[in-house]
Ligand binder design. Structure first.
Ligand SMILES: CC(C)(COP(=O)(O)OP(=O)(O)OC[C@H]1O[C@@H](n2cnc3c(N)ncnc32)[C@H](O)[C@@H]1OP(=O)(O)O)[C@@H](O)C(=O)NCCC(=O)NCCS
Length: 137
């Protein structure tokens, strides 16, 4: 398995991967804006084929959020998701200065908590429960 990591994602690649896992889709204008305002992004290719993506949005200082961590179904359970999250974590860590701290948040889809725990994230539903709201017009 020849794995390559890239730090850019095209609109077409973004839509291809999120649609492959059944995520909500977006128009091209929204994707351009979203990727343009993304702190860090990662794309993984396996043997020259697009396998997965992930990105980080945030304020570059105190808080950021993992988003769109997606591996195409045919490439799942091969360690690609972990490669994506670890690369994003590395990029975030490089931006945190000595003496500073930054929180990485995420809202896992049900059943994926163990995956994120393997990537080092804390899961304490008795202390913190993630919540979300879609604004749709
Ligand atoms: C969640 C997702 C990104 C995981 O990617 P992946 O490439 O299949 O995960 P990996 O192969 O890197 O898994 C790493 C480890 O986590 C475990 N793991 C992965 N998904 C898991 C799950 N749902 N439940 C329990 N363990 C899981 C793997 O078994 C592996 O463990 P190991 O190191 O002991 O073998 C992928 O399944 C996906 O894209 N799902 C659909 C989209 C989605 O829901 N994304 C998350 C949005 S919050």
């Amino acid at each position: 398995m020849n794995v390559k990591i890239y730090h850019s994602i095209t609109n077409e690649e973004f839509l291809e991967v999120i649609q492959s896992v059944g995520f909500k889709t977006y128009n091209n204008e929204q994707v351009t804006k979203a990727l343009g305002n993304t702190m860090y992004m990662v794309k993984v290719e396996v043997d020259g084929k697009l396998a997965g993506i992930g990105r980080v949005v945030g304020d570059y200082s105190i808080v950021c959020c993992l988003s769109d961590i997606c591996v195409k179904p045919e490439f799942q359970k091969k360690g690609i998701g972990l490669i994506i999250v670890n690369e994003l974590k590395k990029m975030i860590e490089e931006g945190v200065k000595e003496g500073e701290k930054m929180q990485i948040e995420l809202t896992p889809t049900a059943g994926n908590e163990k995956f994120y725990q393997k990537a080092g994230f804390k899961y304490k539903p008795d202390v913190i429960t993630g919540m979300y709201l879609w604004i749709e017009k």
